[in-house]
Design a protein around this ligand. Structure first.
Ligand code: NAI
Length: 462
């Protein structure tokens, strides 16, 4: 039996970051991970592989849509799907091996296998039981199921199956107009599939700024994706590799069926706690099955902590990473902390969508007086040069104090641009602070400054 200061369960972005930080702070650390490679959902079947496919298919889009416009002529390349998948797998391999290297460098032990917690202070992996002064559960999440829909990961797939389809679909139905549905849907639309998104609500990307959602839908429609909104999927049946998706339109209760050769179910994820033995331990759960934690990530059982997708909050790799660092610091006697008001959200389509902080909807609901500074990428020279002039930046600031409350971007590199507002918000900056900061020309970030200027006396290029 080996003794550790900390055993982390799960080597996703929450778990591996927690382990590395704890080791840096002098703890003897082990991580239990049952997958064959480190990195969890994010590196193996989530963020990283989907970004590889988004990148590859964006290049394809550029070749087909924009090369001739720039005077680059010649035969149009075709897709070799197995090779594209091999490229994606290579990207996964490079990243997961990177975590293995970081574990070695930081002397973090990898306990290979699925862990159970027989009692507080003990973690069993395979036949061996290890002692731990503290345990951090970072076991992540799995795709939520939908009644009437059976996943076979071939014809009816979750995001995992959607990353390794045997052949390219001609017709794809995506159930759920959230982040996964739109990212993966846009991959297959660019690869030539007819993609229809069926969404329960009357809008896409719930929780995001409404105006951004509308613009996003318009742009994706132009890229060839179709949308059926306000539609509740009832059942999916599969016959000889062909799927029929039955849905009811909520406005008139009418029933419809749409056919596809691939159905992606992207209706959310749920915490993954199976096999940990939480019941026996008496670890309290929330109504939604997450591990209930206090402000220090402590569960109801002493010595057992939890972070990431398995607890409350947005299911985002970077939120898990921040919690991983915070809990390691707390366990080391420091003041670890996560500012939940400044967690960016990004959708990696083209254009990208990014947001942080309040939306107009949440501010209206809270009755808070705010002002809006908006700037279109049409006024940004760099964006026009790369055919990405659609979209805009919207900065929300307190009407009285000018303090930045949130930002919403749809446009080129939005996922990177958002961070200057994140930093500004961490420092309690005003829109004027941002507007008075010199931004290099010509960059996409000038659009951020222009939106900040629009919160005051006005943008220059609007
Ligand atoms: P989501 O919560 O983003 O979207 C699910 C959508 O499905 C919602 O719009 C919902 O209204 C709709 N829906 C639910 N039931 C339905 C039904 N019966 N018929 C039609 N529509 C229905 O969930 P998603 O996209 O599955 O992603 C899961 C989690 O993974 C999210 O928390 C997301 O933030 C995270 N994620 C983040 C990424 C990123 O940061 N870029 C990438 C991929 C996932």
């Amino acid at each position: 039996m080996a003794k550790f200061d900390l055993i982390v369960i799960g080597a996703g972005p929450g778990g591996y970051v927690c382990a590395i930080r704890a080791a840096q702070l002098g703890m003897k650390v082990a991580v239990a991970e049952g997958r064959e490679t480190l990195g969890g959902t994010c590196l193996n079947v989530g963020c990283i592989p989907s970004k590889a496919l988004l990148h590859a298919t964006h290049q394809l889009h550029e070749v087909h849509e924009n090369f001739e416009k720039m005077g680059i002529m010649g035969a149009k390349p075709k897709v070799d799907w197995p090779r594209m998948l091999a490229y994606k797998d290579d990207v996964i391999g490079q990243n997961t091996k990177g975590i293995e290297f970081l574990f070695k460098k930081n002397k973090v032990t990898w306990l290979k296998g699925w862990a159970t917690i027989p009692s507080a202070g003990k973690v069993q992996v395979g036949d061996e039981t290890h002692e731990a002064r503290n345990i951090v559960i970072a076991s992540g999440s799995e795709a939520a199921s939908l009644p009437g829909v059976e996943i076979d990961e071939k014809t009816v797939v979750t995001s995992t199956g959607a990353l390794e389809l045997e052949k390219l679909p001609k017709k794809m139905v995506v159930i759920g107009g959230g982040v996964i549905g739109l990212e993966m849907g846009s991959v297959y639309a660019r690869l030539g599939a007819e993609v229809t998104v069926v969404e329960y609500l009357d809008r896409l990307i719930p929780g995001n700024d409404g105006e951004v959602a509308k613009t996003f839908q318009r742009i994706l429609k132009k890229q060839g994706m179709d949308f059926i909104l306000g539609a509740a999927v009832q059942a999916v049946t599969v016959k000889r590799g062909k799927a029929s998706v039955g849905y009811t339109l909520r406005k008139d209760e009418s029933e419809h069926v749409i056919e596809a050769d691939c159905v992606l179910v992207a209706t959310g994820r749920k915490p993954f706690t199976q096999g940990l033995g939480l019941d026996k331990l008496g670890v309290a759960l929330t109504r939604r099955g997450q591990i209930a934690t206090d402000a220090h990530y402590a569960s109801s059982v002493k010595g057992i902590h939890a972070i990431g997708d398995v607890i409350e909050g947005p299911m985002l790799a970077h939120k898990a990473e921040d919690e991983g660092m915070a809990v390691a610091e707390i366990l080391a006697g420091q003041a670890g902390h996560v500012n939940y008001g400044v967690i960016p959200g990004v959708i990696y389509t083209t254009p990208e969508v990014a947001s942080v902080g309040e939306t107009e909807e949440t501010l209206k609901e809270a009755g808070r007086a705010y002002k809006v500074g908006k700037f279109s990428f049409m006024g940004n020279g760099r964006a026009k040069a790369v055919f990405l002039g659609e979209g805009f930046v919207k900065i929300l600031a307190d009407r009285e104090t000018d303090r930045i409350l949130g930002a919403h971007v749809i446009g080129p590199m939005a996922g990177d641009l958002i961070h200057e507002v994140c930093v500004a918000m961490e420092f309690g900056a005003s829109a004027e602070d941002l507007a008075r900061t010199c931004h290099a020309h010509p960059t996409f970030s000038e659009a951020m400054r222009e939106a900040a200027l629009a919160c005051g006396d006005g943008a220059i290029h609007a």
